[in-house]
Design a protein around this ligand. Structure first.
Ligand code: ATP
Length: 507
């Protein structure tokens, strides 16, 4: 291995101002060769903005960037890649209808022949344990493999620094471990990684150094050996923080949601839901545990009316909603926090006020004669911004300008008020900083105590265990077994998630 100079990149006194907000306020950051640096900070602290400047997607208003001892102007991602900087975004940038090799060749503008590129993809796959079929269609690949494609795409350009913006948010625990193996291997060759995450366990596992931002400013840079969760938390929010929700078993009431033996299939994936049944009462959180891709998303969308089932029935308050439209289901008090907030959660070009009433446009409260009642719209937005601590320059800001975590908070704020009876919460804390995640968990807990039924999906088993009153394990489109939380054993659930049935215990 050729020895490279110590600092690969240095950002000096970077400043970036958006209308109404200083996203980066005089930030300096140095990344050494062979170093993994985690960038930590609350939602809206300025992490993504700083990284988009380094990757040439934003231009800084002030400051300099030095790569391998040379001052450079990075005015496009293309230039960043030339300098050896690659980025894996929070939201993948792949074209679903194209193959792996087509996607990887796209930014290379005809520099390679497909056959040659397939070889390179296979070589990188072997070298780093990132194997993926070059001919596969992106839309057929599970999320973990799509991420591999993003990484390979960055590596083809001979990146010496990879920026990873919340790369584990969409991964299963096993996929996360595989990603970490890759990072260790990549780093051992003298390359560097900037890693953004909200999960402090991951920060402690993978980083050499941790840099903390707060409100657009750099608060500090400490080595992993000096760090512990308490210290990092205090650096992030400026005070100590009490984790944990008070879990109270609430009084359950009438059955709110009854899913009776439903089947759902698609042309491409065949049978997805396969005779699935479950019931949730008022005052109850039902958590669905499972390896992603076992029908969770389709189940959520079937209840929300976004997908039609082939057989079986779904009852809300005892009445079928099987053939109801999405709007009818919303009107009956069903809120839906989707896993993919860009695809189904928000209209990015509309402003925050409009997004916060998106599903209540039928509601007369928001009208004055035939027009929107501007005061009511603003009041609604202001109260939700306050309750959920949504960081935004104004109620009129476009949702696109909000940080990822603050977009998620906006969806949750809206859906909690729409879902008067039933709340479907899919990966509700994904992308949220720990303070916001804690607030969301407390909100689900209090909504439940107010008598709502909650159908919870999470890739994080710990979150399912922490929040649920009952847990159902989904496997190949069917609930294998249901446990009361006090009887749920992690080992047994883990096995059931892979389709292995032990002795039957409880219902
Ligand atoms: N294109 C933009 N236009 C206007 N404001 C923006 C834009 N991009 C980011 N901002 C604002 O800059 C601030 C920092 O956002 P950024 O996305 O960098 O935060 P973050 O630390 O990455 O947050 P998260 O953890 O939620 O992803 C936020 O207040 C955000 O609303």
């Amino acid at each position: 291995m050729q020895k490279r100079k110590k600092a690969f990149v240095e950002m000096k006194n970077i400043k970036k101002v958006f209308p109404g907000v200083i996203a980066n306020d005089n930030i300096s950051l140095k990344i050494n060769n062979g170093e993994v640096v985690s960038l930590l900070g609350e939602n809206g602290a300025g992490k993504t903005t700083l990284m988009k400047i380094l990757y040439g997607m934003h231009q800084a208003d002030a400051g300099t960037i030095i790569v391998e001892d040379r001052e450079v102007k990075i005015n496009s991602p293309h230039r960043a890649r030339e300098l050896g900087i690659g980025m894996i975004h929070q939201h993948f940038t792949l074209v679903p209808v194209n193959t792996v090799v087509e996607n990887i060749m796209l930014p290379l503008k005809g520099k390679y022949q497909p056959e040659n590129m397939k070889k390179q993809i296979n070589n990188i796959g072997k070298k780093y344990g990132l194997n993926v079929d070059p001919e596969a269609l992106i839309s057929d690949l599970p999320v973990g493999f799509q991420q591999r494609v993003e990484i390979i795409k960055a590596l083809i350009g001979n990146s010496k620094l990879l920026i990873m913006d919340e790369p584990t948010a969409v991964l299963t625990p096993q996929e996360t471990e595989r990603l970490f193996d890759f990072i260790r291997e990549y780093k051992s060759e003298g390359n560097s990684v900037i890693f953004i995450t909200h999960k402090l366990n991951e920060v402690m596992e993978i980083s050499d150094r941790i840099v903390v931002l707060r409100d657009g400013k750099k608060i500090g840079s400490i080595s992993k050996n000096e760090a512990d969760k308490k210290r990092l938390t205090k650096m992030m929010i400026g005070r100590d923080f009490d984790f944990g929700i008070e879990k109270i078993k609430s009084q359950t009431g009438e059955k709110i949601l009854e899913i009776e033996n439903i089947f759902l299939s698609s042309e491409k994936r065949g049978q997805i839901l396969n005779g699935l049944s479950l019931t949730i009462k008022a005052g109850e959180i039902f958590g669905v545990a499972g390896v992603s891709g076992n029908g969770q998303e389709e189940l959520a969308e079937a209840v929300a009316g976004l997908k039609k089932i082939d057989q079986g029935d779904i009852l809300l308050d005892g009445k079928s909603i099987k053939n109801c439209s999405v709007q009818q289901i919303i009107n009956r008090g069903v809120g839906y926090i989707p896993a993919d907030r860009h695809r189904v959660g928000l209209v990015l070009d509309m402003d925050l006020e409009e997004n916060l009433i998106l599903k209540s446009t039928y509601n007369r409260d928001y009208y004055k004669y035939l027009l929107f009642n501007k005061e009511r719209l603003a009041e609604n937005a202001e109260s939700k911004i306050k309750d959920f601590d949504i960081k935004t320059a104004s109620t009129k800001s476009s949702v696109r300008s909000l940080s990822g975590g603050n977009q998620q908070k906006a969806i949750i704020a809206r859906e909690v008020s729409v879902g008067k009876k039933l709340l479907i919460a899919s990966q509700p804390t994904r992308g949220l900083d720990f303070g916001a995640a804690d607030y969301v968990k407390k909100t689900l807990e209090s909504e439940k105590r107010n008598g709502k039924a909650i159908l919870l999906f999470s890739n994080e088993l710990s979150e399912i265990m922490e929040l649920s009153d009952r847990i159902g394990v989904i496997y190949e489109g069917k609930i294998m077994e249901t446990f009361a939380r006090e009887d749920a054993q992690i080992d047994k659930i883990g096995l059931l998630m892979t389709g292995v049935r032990g002795e039957k215990s409880g219902d």
